[in-house]
Ligand binder design. Structure first.
Ligand SMILES: Nc1ncnc2c1ncn2[C@@H]1O[C@H](COP(=O)(O)OP(=O)(O)OP(=O)(O)O)[C@@H](O)[C@H]1O
Ligand SMILES: [Mg+2]
Length: 363
């Protein structure tokens, strides 16, 4: 007589090669029935024609037979994707936050890294994807230059293990190719790599996946909205008017009708400068009001302003983002930003449907 409950730990040893997570946790096993020595269940696969299908079935059988050698195992394979529009390739990641801007150099990567760290400091499980495939700066910002992700072979599928940055799993193109190679890679190839970062990587369960984007709009942005149900975007701008004009264009890409990714909030970076010896003075080096202006134009709140601070720049260069120290002057700013972002996400999730993955037909 086979015990139903004894089967679950056995099946937990079988991993989905696309995600590295076990098939029970990934809710791939359905209708598990045991009758005498007969075990039957349905295995739901995103792609039931996947080349690793038979290996996966053999592994399930092997696991069951290791404990119950007389078991008659019958596994039925079905496609799990009934509604391809909403199903996420990473269902165990709750929120995907894209950090975007119109202009380059306004502090997206700085914001992505410090937000991720600050969210982590708030107790969330956080991961980072560096999708700025032309000039990946995350390896430097996290002190992971020259590191390589491990590749694991699962049933013939090569899957990558994200690098670990103090408990934050991270993937960056900077880990897989040399910077000088990146500039000659064409859009489709880069998009392919980004897709691999998403669906052929062992991401653990996460509350937040922060995605650092290149400036403006382009292939990478399009790939992202076609691959993931983005929870929302955070727009980074400086107070300058030119930055705002470009930021509106970038935000509009997320907001257009068949993409519909909400802008969760705006970060006004490099908002002013206060010299240490004159703590009451604010010098508005990049002008004033850009965050507020963008807020009105895209109808999203300014969730925080970050002044120009030496420590922010140094933290980026040294692999020690300021947000780790929640009591420092700069650390407190990122902490508040993370709290505001989390609030905006909760509100968004309570009021809006999950974002659909965009289907784009090319004629
Ligand atoms: N608030 C700040 N105070 C001081 N330096 C900052 C601040 N924000 C960003 N920087 C510095 O400005 C530079 C550009 O920032 P960052 O790389 O984050 O911008 P980006 O928008 O990601 O750029 P790109 O468009 O090239 O990806 C970095 O050297 C960073 O350390
Ligand atoms: Mg960047």
């Amino acid at each position: 007589m086979i015990d139903h409950n004894a089967l679950l730990p056995l099946l937990r040893n079988v991993k989905d090669p696309m995600t590295g997570r076990d098939i029970i946790e990934s809710k791939m096993v359905h209708d598990l029935k045991v009758k005498g020595n007969n075990v039957h269940f349905t295995l739901k696969l995103l792609n039931p024609d996947a080349p690793y299908k038979s290996n996966l079935i053999f592994d399930c059988m092997g696991q069951i037979k290791s404990k119950f050698p007389d078991a008659e195992v019958d596994i039925h394979v079905e496609a799990s994707r009934t509604n391809a529009d909403v199903q996420s390739p990473l269902p165990h990641v709750k929120n995907f936050i894209a950090v975007a801007s119109g202009k380059g150099g306004v502090g997206k990567s700085t914001a992505a890294v410090n937000l991720a760290v600050a969210l982590k400091q708030q107790g969330f499980n956080v991961g980072i994807i560096d999708a700025d495939l032309y000039g990946p700066s995350l390896p430097t910002m996290l002190g992971l230059q020259g590191e390589r992700p491990q590749i694991k072979d699962m049933y013939g599928v090569q899957t990558m293990i994200p690098l670990d940055y103090k408990g934050i799993p991270v993937m960056s193109l900077g880990f897989v190719i040399q910077p000088e190679q990146a500039v000659v890679l064409r859009g489709p190839k880069l998009s392919g790599i980004l897709k691999q970062f998403i669906s052929q990587c062992h991401w653990p369960e996460l509350d937040y996946m922060v995605i650092d984007l290149p400036p403006g709009t382009g292939d990478i942005h399009l790939t992202l909205v076609q691959t993931l149900p983005l929870t929302g975007a955070v727009m980074v701008t400086t107070p300058q008017q030119v930055a705002v004009v470009d930021a509106v264009k970038a935000a509009n890409m997320f907001l257009i009708d068949n993409i519909k990714v909400p802008v969760l909030g705006i970060i006004e970076n490099m908002a002013w400068f206060t010299p240490e010896e004159l703590p009451d003075n604010k010098y508005f080096l990049f002008g004033k009001g850009g965050g507020e202006k963008l807020s009105q134009l895209v109808k999203a709140p300014v969730i925080g302003q970050v002044p120009i601070m030496m420590s922010v720049r140094e933290g980026g260069d040294s692999g020690e983002p300021v947000a780790w120290d929640t009591e420092s002057k700069a650390g407190k700013i990122w902490k508040n930003l993370a709290i505001e972002l989390d609030k905006a996400v909760q509100q968004r999730n309570a009021n809006l449907d999950p974002t659909n993955i965009v289907k784009i037909t090319t004629y």
